[in-house]
Design a protein around this ligand. Structure first.
Ligand code: FAD
Ligand code: DLZ
Ligand code: SF4
Length: 515
């Protein structure tokens, strides 16, 4: 207290905290405190983020600052090219404290362990008062997740998800049972793509003056980062993000469930919502979206399998991976259960490969900073695991290339779900698949140099021999997994000469890959 009044506080809002009701703003006083938003080199380059991701966040930050000012807050906004910008969040906090005559900092807990650690160090080194508040934009707090996990032999998303359904009442009937008598309709959500589907795609927004400035800045300062910057059409305000979600419900949601796992060349978005970047930056509220879907189901406007599929992703997977992240960091990022050490192939950056599925997904990632879940899991993720790529390199790629990527959500999805590097903590089996799966769920194979039906030989699909070689070389770690009993039975039924041919093909392919 200064002269009987509370001291002026600096309210730090990070680039993915663009929510007007975020904890630090709720605890602050607009008549006294100063809000700091800072564009800094370090956050834009600790991995070399996709140009579209940087432009999206800088523009959304600038728009959010304008909205806060209009709402009466005193906002101190630091642009990347402002003179004296120290290039890091701690550096800008120090400068802003002095500039604004503040004596303490209020911040909502960052979404990445790295930045939390930096703020805690700043507090210790400079003896600043930094009040780090829990991020309550999630349904399940870190403490509640740790309590849920405590004492369980196995963590499984499905059990966690059921608790979240009970907690929220989403898709629950009056007697406390799940609507439709089942918790999960995933088995209805695996339709292969049909030719001739009309796919509307996400809502595209025009570039305004704020975004135009940001695009010039990003091209100038991050021109050598991965990705194509224009055309740029992302929503950059809350209102736009809400209208992007309305557009999804009106145009795509009817097919969302059925074709959730389907992939088609030239159709990066299929019937997906394309809202993860808005949710993760704080422009959309996850529970509000789920309540709308729940209401639409109850009004008979959407099918149960679509509604349940969407709600499961948001209150199930999204919350579950965050729980795992904070439960297991900082050691989680180092896990490497399968002892994979190969470098990431160059085609993850260039798209130059004869494998049509990979080149399609990487080109799309380069152009849009987006790939849907099955493309991330079963194409680029699956290949990296079959090819024995170091999970840390895979993680850094995913963190850099997608507009929705922050470590709390990206790391468990990559390291746990897609690379099985946590040995089955997050999911019960490795998502490994041969070309057969890709052929069933996409049209990629029809335009590929390789033959998806061939298992060995120069034209054989690499996913085929790499898949069997993967199971063969990890027999000691994976054969006892009950969910892999079927493929191991198949492997055991193959004759030795055939297995030797698979191994030879895999070794030759890996040799060419790293030559
Ligand atoms: P939709 O398919 O329309 O789903 C609706 C919403 O559900 C999404 O917006 C998202 O918020 C949520 N959701 C769905 N699946 C997941 C999941 N597995 N984990 C968390 N939330 C989920 N998602 C991210 O938000 N950021 C990431 O950095 C990220 N990295 C991933 C890396 C890998 C290797 C894999 C396999 C998945 C990753 N995901 C990530 C999850 C998922 O791929 C994206 O959330 C989804 O593709 C976003 O597109 P959408 O908004 O169109 O989602
Ligand atoms: C991702 C990102 C980028 C590219 N730039 C900034 C920035 O300049 N300033 C900022 O406050 N936040 C940025 N972010 C988001 C942060 O990296 C994010 O808040 C942390 O990784 C924690 O999730
Ligand atoms: Fe991918 Fe194999 Fe199909 Fe080619 S044949 S697109 S490599 S799965």
């Amino acid at each position: 207290m200064v002269n009987g009044r509370s001291p002026k506080q600096l309210v730090l809002i990070l680039g993915d905290q663009l929510s007007p009701s975020i904890a630090a703003l709720r605890a602050a006083n607009p008549n006294r405190d100063v809000v700091l938003l800072a564009e800094v080199q370090q956050e834009a380059s600790y991995v070399r983020h996709h140009k579209k991701k940087i432009a999206f966040l800088f523009s959304a930050m600038r728009h959010f600052a304008k909205e806060l000012s209009a709402a009466g807050w005193c906002v101190d906004y630091v642009r990347l090219d402002d003179e004296g910008n120290r290039g890091s969040i701690p550096g800008e906090v120090e400068r802003a404290l002095i500039r604004n005559g503040c004596s303490r900092v209020l911040v909502t807990k960052p979404g990445e362990w790295r930045l939390l650690d930096e703020l805690e160090r700043l507090r210790a080194q400079r003896n600043f008062e930094i009040n780090i508040m829990a991020d309550d934009r999630f349904l399940c707090s870190e403490v509640a997740f740790a309590d849920w996990a405590d004492g369980r032999k196995q963590l499984r998303m499905e059990n966690f998800y059921r608790e979240m359904r009970r907690k929220t009442g989403l898709l629950m009937d009056e007697s406390g049972k799940p609507c439709g008598g089942r918790w999960n309709f995933d088995s209805d959500n695996r339709k292969p793509p049909k030719k001739g589907l009309r796919i509307p795609g996400p809502k595209l927004f025009p570039v305004d003056a704020i975004t135009r400035d940001v695009l010039v800045l990003v091209e100038d300062r991050f021109g050598d980062h991965f990705g194509v910057l224009q055309p740029f059409w992302f929503a950059v305000t809350r209102r736009q993000a809400e209208s992007a979600f309305d557009h999804f419900i009106e145009t795509s949601f009817a097919h969302f469930g059925d074709y959730q796992d389907a992939m088609l060349s030239g159709q990066p978005y299929m019937f997906h919502a394309v809202v993860s970047l808005y949710l993760n930056a704080g422009l959309l509220d996850p529970l509000k979206l789920c309540r709308r879907i729940d209401a639409a189901y109850r009004a008979g406007a959407v099918s149960l399998n679509a509604a349940e599929g969407f709600i499961r992703q948001v209150i199930g997977w999204r919350e579950y991976v965050r729980g795992i992240y904070w439960l297991r960091m900082p050691s989680y990022v180092k896990e490497n259960f399968l002892e994979h050490h190969n470098p990431l192939p160059a085609f993850y950056w260039t798209a130059e490969t004869d494998m049509a599925c990979i080149s399609t997904c990487v080109e799309q990632t380069r152009d849009e900073a987006y790939a849907h879940h099955i493309q991330r899991l079963m194409i680029t993720g699956n290949f990296a695991m079959l090819a024995g790529v170091d999970p840390r390199a895979v993680h850094e790629w995913y963190l850099a290339v997608y507009a929705d990527a922050y470590e709390w959500v990206e790391l468990p999805n990559t390291l746990g779900m897609s690379q099985f590097a946590d040995g089955g903590l997050l999911g019960s089996k490795p998502y490994a698949a041969s070309g057969n799966y890709i052929n069933r769920m996409s049209d990629y194979c029809s335009d590929c140099r390789y033959e998806v039906k061939s298992k060995t030989g120069p034209r054989a699909c690499p996913f085929n021999y790499l898949y069997w070689d993967f199971l063969d070389r990890h027999r000691d770690k994976l054969a006892s997994n009950p969910r892999l009993a079927f493929p191991y039975r198949n492997l055991d039924g193959m004759d030795e000469d055939y297995i030797a041919a698979l191994r030879r093909n895999a070794a030759a392919f890996m040799h060419r890959l790293h030559a």
